[in-house]
Every structure is written in C-alpha cells, then in structure tokens.
Design a protein around this ligand. Structure first.
Ligand code: APR
Length: 252
C-alpha cells in the first residue's frame, strides 16, 4: 500500500471506531467549489488589506466601502455549489451517532450540502445584523439594492453578520465547541491554515485530551507535528474515500 493509502486506511479505522466526532473546517474545503481562500496563492488577503475591510474600525470609518467588498464577495459565492468534500461530511453526519461540524467558513455551503449540526464560528455572509437593535436578517439578494443596507426592524445601519479581526467570538460558542471536543474520540481538521485563533488551538485542545486528530490540508500547518494522521491532499478527493459507504472507492 502506498503511504497515502496506508494513512487513509488508518483514518478510516479511527473514524469507524468513533461514536462522537468533531470536524473543524476552513476555506480550503470550499476551494474546489470556486470560493477563494484567504492565504492561498489567489487568496483574498493577497489582493485586499484585511485592516481596511475586515475590522470594526474599517467598517465605522467607511461602511459603504466595507459593504461594497462584502457585496462583491456575496456575488463571488452566490453560484458556488457544495463539492464532494461537503457532501461526504453530510453523509458522515448521518452515519455516526454524534457529529459536531465547526466551520470558520461564512459561505453556507455545509448547510447546502445537507449538514445540520453546524457551528459557524465566524458568522454567515448571507446574514445582515443591525448595529443598534441586533436584529439578524437572512438576505440572499445579490447585488444588495442599498449599500450600506439598513435594519428592516429599526432602520439603523446594518453590518455583515461575520466576525472581524479584533472581535471576540462569544464565550457560549467557544464553550460549546470545547465541550464537543472533550466528548469526541476523533477530531478532523480540514482545509485551514491553522493560524487564526481560536480555531488554530482547537487541535491542540483535542490532543491535550488524548483525542485522535486527523488533518487534511494541502499545505503544511504549524501544529501538524502534533496530530496523529496528516494527509496533504485535496479534501474534495480524500473525504469521499475516507468515509462514504463505498469502501472500494479509491483516490483518483
Ligand atoms: N483541500 C484541502 N486543503 C486545501 C484545499 C483543498 N482543496 N485548498 C486549499 N487548502 C488549504 C490551504 O493549503 C490552506 O492551508 O486550505 C488552507 C486555507 O487557509 P486560509 O486561506 O488561511 O483559510 P482559513 O484557515 O479558513 O482562514 C481562517 O482567517 O481570514 C480569516 O476569518 C477568515 O475564517 C477565516 C480565517
């Protein structure tokens, strides 16, 4: 067996033994759906400055500019469809007793693929949150008719319901994720560069509580040396082989 087939066989075994799995995904799982990653070669941060577009200061400094950028990103994502990686995770959810899917992605593709137990750490690009009353509106209009959009409830300024650099993720959400890691046997980390906190530390938390950690990511990541199985292949090609119901399926 090649080294890769060996790793896949090991990973399959760990997953089949587990009754409780936590999955953490990042932009890499949506790359094969045509959604740009952040730090890859064509990544968003190669062409845009996060401090000008993805911080609270940037927003209050120029809400229209920030919304023009999110309107552009919504347009870039609107026709994206889930890829075999998303669908394989949805299938896994239906075949194990308990699966928690934690995503840093704001594109909504996991929901579209049929996953249900999803925790969106960084929000959702299809939601507008009122800066005054906090009302959250699900909105799929592309382009948005008015930039910046106003709250449908109180008329105040709306902002993208996403987490920006320099903003905290709610403690209740963090607690929920840490509890899920504590209760799982296997953690899968897929398509994330592993440098943005708090997501970047979750694999370490899993190792500190003796869970099996499996990473699927094209590029090297800072914590990979601590993980049990590391696969440097495209998630859309590996995940269908790892845990769909066809054991004879091989990596193309
Ligand atoms: N399959 C597997 N991995 C892939 C694929 C693929 N098809 N394509 C790219 N990757 C990997 C890259 O090697 C890279 O390490 O996905 C990773 C994506 O890393 P980032 O672009 O840094 O995205 P992510 O880790 O999700 O970013 C975290 O940073 O900018 C903020 O809020 C934003 O949620 C985002 C957070």
């Amino acid at each position: 067996m090649s080294e890769l087939e060996d790793k896949i066989a090991q990973a399959r075994q760990e997953i089949e033994k587990a009754s409780n799995i936590v999955v953490l995904t990042g932009a890499g799982i949506s790359a094969e759906s045509g959604v740009p990653t952040f730090r890859g070669q064509e990544g968003l941060w190669q062409n845009f400055r996060p401090e000008e577009l993805a911080t609270p200061d940037a927003f209050w400094n120029d809400p229209k500019l920030v919304w023009e950028w999110y309107d552009w990103r919504r347009n870039a994502v609107k026709d994206a469809k889930p890829n075999p990686g998303h669908y394989a995770l949805a299938e896994l959810e239906s075949s194990v007793p308990h699966l928690t899917l934690v995503t840093q992605n704001i594109d909504g593709l996991h929901q579209m693929a049929g996953s249900t137990n999803i925790t969106e750490m960084h929000g959702n690009i299809w939601q507008i949150r009122c800066t005054k009353c906090g009302e959250i509106e699900q909105n799929f209009q592309v382009p948005l008719p008015e930039l910046p959009p106003k709250c449908k409830k109180c008329g105040e300024l709306g902002r993208p319901n996403v987490v920006w650099f320099g903003e905290m993720i709610g403690m209740d959400l963090i607690d929920k994720i840490l509890r899920a890691i504590e209760e799982c046997q296997v953690m899968l980390i897929i398509g994330t560069s592993g440098i943005v906190e708090p997501a970047a530390s979750m694999g370490l938390v899993a190792k500190q509580t003796n869970k099996t950690v499996i990473e699927i990511n094209l590029d090297e990541t800072p914590s990979a040396g601590l993980y049990d199985i590391v696969i440097r292949e495209k998630s859309g090609e590996v995940l269908p082989v790892l845990f769909t119901s066809n054991p004879n399926r091989v990596l193309s």
